[in-house]
Design a protein around this ligand. Structure first.
Ligand code: FES
Length: 263
């Protein structure tokens, strides 16, 4: 007769692992915190996010606002100036998309909540609460946030397209500056991250048992799967690119650096 032992319940951070398992969650904690602090600071600035044809992705689209990029003009009179920040009107949408992303969940559950801190490492909590308590039930909104994120790709691409058009002596000219390339790199990274979404992959083909005889669906599923295989990497790079594009435009707008016009 054989006896199998029950799983060992370890105390917090107790583990038999010999590798540097804490490096990854610590890196996530530092990198994501830096992004959140910078992003919050930038969102609370009502200036410096546009220069020439450039427009920061942190503030796009500007629904109401002080710049010529605003869709519906300046702040409505009924909105008190003291609580008016154009970026905060739209940031909840990409924010929810990233907050509920499967990659980010895995990263910040470990980095911020230590729940668990890493695989095969003891947890502080001994019970499983599921995803019903707030804010965990927000995770169920990921699919809907994804639909909106797809629209954001188009809007960011439109802003990047406008980054080609320079107003010189009252006339619009086609041109490319370093900022134009940075904006397009950001669009490419955000699109690659979004189009590799697990929810999107399910919708375009994952829910089917077989894709034979459906060439368009099969092609979409294949491309989505390719991006999905690099989803974590693209999540990190696209997060970096959003912050960097905003930072670059702020530096140029503030006169701290010169934007080189390539042609
Ligand atoms: S799972 Fe990461 S964006 Fe959908």
């Amino acid at each position: 007769m054989t006896h199998s032992s029950l799983p060992v319940q370890r105390s917090f951070a107790e583990t038999l692992r010999r590798d540097l398992w804490w490096i990854s969650p610590l890196t996530v904690l530092i990198a994501f915190s830096t992004f959140l602090i910078y992003g919050t600071w930038s969102a609370l600035q009502n200036s410096g996010y546009t220069w020439g044809p450039y427009f920061s992705p942190f503030h796009a689209p500007e629904i109401w606002g002080p710049t010529e990029h605003a869709w519906f003009g300046p702040r409505p009179a009924w909105w008190p100036e003291i609580v008016f920040y154009p970026a905060l009107i739209i940031l909840p949408f990409p924010g929810l998309f990233r907050f509920t992303c499967y990659y980010y969940r895995g990263a910040y559950y470990k980095g911020f909540w230590a729940d668990p801190a890493a695989c095969a490492v003891g947890e502080a909590r001994k019970t499983y609460r599921g995803e019903r308590p707030f804010p965990n039930w927000l995770q169920n909104l990921h699919r809907y946030a994804m639909y909106i994120a797809l629209i954001f790709i188009v809007m960011l691409a439109w802003d990047a397209w406008k980054g080609f058009w320079w107003l010189d002596n009252g006339n619009l000219h086609f041109g490319v500056g370093v900022g134009t390339l940075i904006m397009w790199a950001n669009v490419a990274l955000i699109a690659s991250y979004t189009l590799g979404c697990h929810s999107l992959r399910h919708i375009v083909g994952g829910f089917k048992d077989r894709l034979t005889g459906q060439p368009i669906r099969a092609a979409c599923y294949t491309q989505c799967s390719r991006l999905n295989a690099r989803h974590g990497t693209l999540a990190k790079w696209s997060m970096f690119s959003v912050a960097f594009t905003d930072f670059y435009i702020r530096m140029v707008a503030g006169g701290y650096i010169t934007d080189w016009r390539l042609f």
